[in-house]
Design a protein around this ligand. Structure first.
Ligand SMILES: NC(=O)c1ccc[n+]([C@@H]2O[C@H](COP(=O)([O-])OP(=O)(O)OC[C@H]3O[C@@H](n4cnc5c(N)ncnc54)[C@H](OP(=O)(O)O)[C@@H]3O)[C@@H](O)[C@H]2O)c1
Length: 252
């Protein structure tokens, strides 16, 4: 199926590895031009080279930290200089590792890091880049969050608490942008295999807790993000698609 987004311009936050890179691959395969944002320039250069040679689209990078307003201003300026943004993919960093129970989270630095990366950084991206998406008169905002926003999971407090704020921000934006041709949605994964995820010591136990008894593949996540970013998903907004092999037990 042609997703109808060839020639559009996307900014992918956290696009240099894992789920973000899988999304870049999928969008580039659809003919979308990309601007990747992450901290490590070397990893960004490798990802850009790989995407350009495989798909022949325009791929640029901006090195920066999601928690720094000046870095988000820079990526916004670069995107504006490239002609604007049609698709924004918000992929925040992972929460501090290892994950712990709420009452064992007694280090202020871990709370601060989780707040900065999950919520403060996400709000900076939404506040500074969504206006560019809205300017183009057609747009898609897709956030990669976590299945825990619908059904909190053990040891995920540092993820769930701040992502709930992101979810609220997405709902506000969905309402405000609906009349302007911009949709705002989220994909909420659990147990999707990435290089980082595969290092978790309890991986086998986690797989056994998935009704499908397997991990999800990054390509399954990126296909869902690409659908929400596509021309076909124009009447879907304010939604979250769980991508977790049936782990979320909430009714809706
Ligand atoms: N896989 C799953 O099943 C699952 C489940 C629930 C939630 N998630 C969430 O999905 C997201 C992506 O997961 P992943 O496994 O793909 O993560 P990952 O492999 O750690 O990749 C994270 C990406 O974000 C960039 N990044 C990290 N810290 C950053 C910062 N401070 N500023 C800017 N960019 C930063 C990284 O590049 P640099 O390090 O170079 O900056 C990289 O490009 C995470 O939020 C994770 O918690 C995943």
């Amino acid at each position: 199926m042609d997703l109808g987004i060839s020639g559009k311009r996307a900014v992918v936050i956290g696009g240099s590895q894992g789920l973000g890179l899988a999304v870049c691959e999928r969008l580039a395969a659809e003919g979308v031009n990309l601007l990747l944002f992450a901290r490590d320039s070397k990893k960004l250069d490798e990802a850009c080279g790989q995407l350009r040679s495989a798909h022949g689209v325009q791929v640029d990078a901006c090195a920066g930290d999601i928690t720094r307003a000046e870095d988000i201003d820079r990526v916004a300026a670069q995107a504006a200089g490239n002609g604007g943004v049609h698709i924004l993919v918000l992929n925040t960093p992972r929460p501090p590792s290892p994950m712990r129970d709420f009452l064992q989270e007694n280090e202020d630095a871990r709370w601060e890091q989780a707040y900065q990366q999950q919520l403060h950084g996400a709000l900076l991206v939404l506040r500074k880049l969504v206006p560019l998406v809205a300017e183009s008169g057609w747009g898609r905002v897709v956030a990669i969050t976590s299945a825990s926003i619908k059904q909190p999971m053990p040891r995920h407090a540092l993820s769930t608490i701040f992502r709930a704020g992101v979810q609220a921000a997405l709902k506000h934006l969905a309402m405000e942008l609906a009349p302007r041709g911009v949709t705002v949605n989220a994909v909420a994964p659990a147990t999707v295999i990435t290089p980082t995820f595969s290092t978790f010591h309890n991986l086998e136990a986690r797989i056994q807790s998935v009704p499908m008894k397997r991990v999800g593949q990054p390509e399954e996540l990126s296909a869902t993000v690409a659908f929400l970013a596509s021309a076909h998903a124009g009447f879907i907004t304010g939604e979250t698609i769980q991508l977790d092999g049936g782990q979320t037990l909430a009714l809706c």
